[in-house]
Design a protein around this ligand. Sequence first.
Ligand SMILES: Nc1nc2c(ncn2[C@@H]2O[C@H](COP(=O)(O)OP(=O)(O)OP(=O)(O)O)[C@@H](O)[C@H]2O)c(=O)[nH]1
Length: 283
Amino acid sequence: MTPLHVIGGYLGSGKTTLVNRLLASADGRRVAVLVNDFGDIDVDGALITSADDDVISLANGCVCCSLADGLVEAFAVVRERADDLDRVVVEASGVADPASIVRFGVAAGFAVGRVVVVVDAETVRRRATDRYVGDTVLRQLEAADVCVVNKVDLVDAAEIVRLHDWLAETAPDADVIETVRCDLGWAVLDGDATEPGGSGFDHHDAHSTRTLEYDAPVDRAWLVAELEGLPDTVVRVKGVVAFTDDPDRAWSVQRVGGGLDLERLDIRPPERTRIVVIAAGPQ
Ligand SMILES: Nc1nc2c(ncn2[C@@H]2O[C@H](COP(=O)(O)OP(=O)(O)OP(=O)(O)O)[C@@H](O)[C@H]2O)c(=O)[nH]1
């Protein structure tokens, strides 16, 4: 049976970065990748830099529950081709419970592969104690066979020690790997995987999402000021935009913790600028 791997982890931890790393080093492996975004638009689909068609995007919510139907259909499509595939990889939404996705995968006839949970070294301990999103973060860690501690460039050595101590208690059975920009290869998926226990849980009340839309292109300084002015309850901003000063290129706009990150992409600009804003707590 073809193994199904879930790449989970809280919003902005580095899941898409890891998927891009894997796809860049696929080296003839036959892989199908399913990508799920929590917002209404498919930002991750645009940010995945795969050269072929084996990436299926599932936007419009979180596949571990509300869009389970979409996931089940996508699994059925991939299952048809399973004989030609070495692995199936699902990039979960940042609020998903990876164990739920594995359960759907088992029901669809895939073998249980390792669950990789990416954590943001800078924010994970704070998020884990947040009254609104803490349960989501802890649930994800509970499902991990491998915990990728990403963004270690953003924390000092003392915090890394504290993080390892904390993970030893919080995810005692998971292997722990430190990285910057998820600089890992396919070996991260190798090893024993645990069958998921428990049942789904409802995390949706903890997050709300909205989409900001503008006729492209937009003024860079104005957009930066708008996004930097968003309230502290906003846990994630991401979109693909065009700027008036560079109208022929797309830019990604991202915010996870503090600062805004703008990156020039190697693709044409979108017809409309659309940015997903995800907040934690009551709307
Ligand atoms: N400083 C730093 N930034 C990183 C690192 N890894 C990823 N990032 C940045 O963090 C932001 C989020 O990375 P993604 O890979 O999109 O995170 P994600 O988990 O897919 O995000 P969601 O799909 O929204 O949950 C991007 O701006 C990345 O460039 C890292 O190791 N260090």
